[in-house]
Design a protein around this ligand. Structure first.
Ligand code: AQP
Length: 332
């Protein structure tokens, strides 16, 4: 079966609906057709400053949420990135075939640097996309389910795979992005021109999977909507309303055109109120299941240890081939 790899950073106390609708919800059905590896990417999470105690907790919360949405550790390999040293080791090799200018063109780094100021941005943040390439290439993944914001990074992964294969002989699979068109970019509730983001959005701009229903409903009620009164899908002219329609449609499975009909002649308030309920119905069981996994951290850590062991077996083999191809003396 073709192989899938994807990762998510433990950079917040909860995943948000952008993460879920853009990427995570694809992860679950792919388990039926692909061999899947899903990773909590804690190495990536230290690129922008962190508190060690908080990171440790968030890593468990991230893994618990993945189990809660339906990642099945019997069928998929679920693990934590720092448990598999080959990620950092391959990243070093790949960084040596990445051009400085090429890395400098990554727009996410540029965006984050503008926000943080270049003195505060770390070299780790700069080389983040190279580590991401290592994550994917180590497992020779064919497909990578991510949101639109990761498209450029994935392009770099493809370029690096092709370059390595050309220079050292065929070693890596060139991965394909797997991006769902309709929900590739969920936007910030308060600023519909930006993506909903764990680190960049204000708390009112994001809907968290683990939020209390009343809190999510309040955020949705205060979402920025657009001028005019009609509820129609028009991301250019009405990005706020369109975002709410996208979320509604993705969670209920009702086509956007049907929602437009349903809300004909009704106001934004109705849409927001009903969406609050839809979100509450969707998130309540996820919150409950996440809590159940968190109530038994020893069991959770065991699941992650088993995942890491399986991941290491694949990753170490790829790394050995890479080390051999670049000319490192075998360690005996
Ligand atoms: N707003 C979004 N719409 C659709 N997909 C999204 N993703 C993130 N935001 C949206 C997808 O979620 C996956 C995991 O994201 P990540 O943890 O790697 O971090 P990110 O892409 O940088 O997302 P955030 O929320 O903005 O995190 P921070 O603030 O920590 O950097 C990815 O597949 C991503 O595409």
């Amino acid at each position: 079966r073709p192989r899938v790899f994807s990762g998510i950073q433990p950079t917040a106390d909860s995943f948000h609906l952008g993460n879920y609708l853009g990427a995570l919800r694809n992860w679950v059905p792919l388990q039926d057709t692909h061999d899947c590896l899903y990773c909590v990417v804690d190495l990536h999470a230290i690129t922008a400053g962190h508190d060690p105690k908080v990171l440790r907790q968030r890593t468990r919360v991230a893994a618990a949420q993945l189990l809660a949405i339906g990642i099945d550790p019997e069928r998929s390999i679920l693990f934590v990135q720092s448990h598999v040293p080959a990620h950092a080791e391959l990243a070093w090799v790949l960084s040596c075939i990445t051009g400085f200018g090429e890395a400098s063109r990554m727009t996410q780094f540029k965006d984050k640097t503008v926000k943080q100021g270049s003195d505060r941005a770390s070299v780790g943040l700069f080389t983040y996309p190279v580590l991401m390439a290592a994550d994917i290439l180590l497992y020779r993944a064919h497909e990578v389910p991510v949101g639109e914001d990761q498209r450029q990074h994935l392009e770099l992964s493809r370029d690096l795979a092709q370059r390595f294969n050309r220079d050292y002989g065929k070693t890596f699979v060139v991965p394909e992005p797997y991006i769902l068109r309709d929900t590739a970019k969920i936007v910030d509730l308060q600023d519909p021109t930006s993506k909903m983001s764990k680190s960049a959005s204000t708390p009112n701009g994001i809907i968290e999977l683990l939020d209390e229903p009343a809190r999510s409903a309040k955020k949705i009620r205060s979402a920025v909507t657009d001028t005019g009164r009609e509820i129609v899908y028009d991301p250019e002219q009405k990005p706020g309303v369109s975002n709410l329609l996208t979320i509604h449609s993705a969670l209920t499975g009702t086509p956007v055109a049907d929602l437009e009909k349903q809300y004909e002649g009704r106001g934004y308030g109705d849409l927001k109120k009903e969406l609050g309920q839809v979100v509450a119905d969707f998130t309540a069981p996820i919150r409950e299941r996440t809590q159940a996994y968190l109530d038994d951290p020893a069991e959770l850590d065991k699941v992650l240890a088993v995942g890491a062991e399986k991941a290491r077996q694949i990753a170490d083999q790829t790394l050995r081939t890479v080390y051999d191809r670049v000319g490192f003396l075998p360690a005996r």
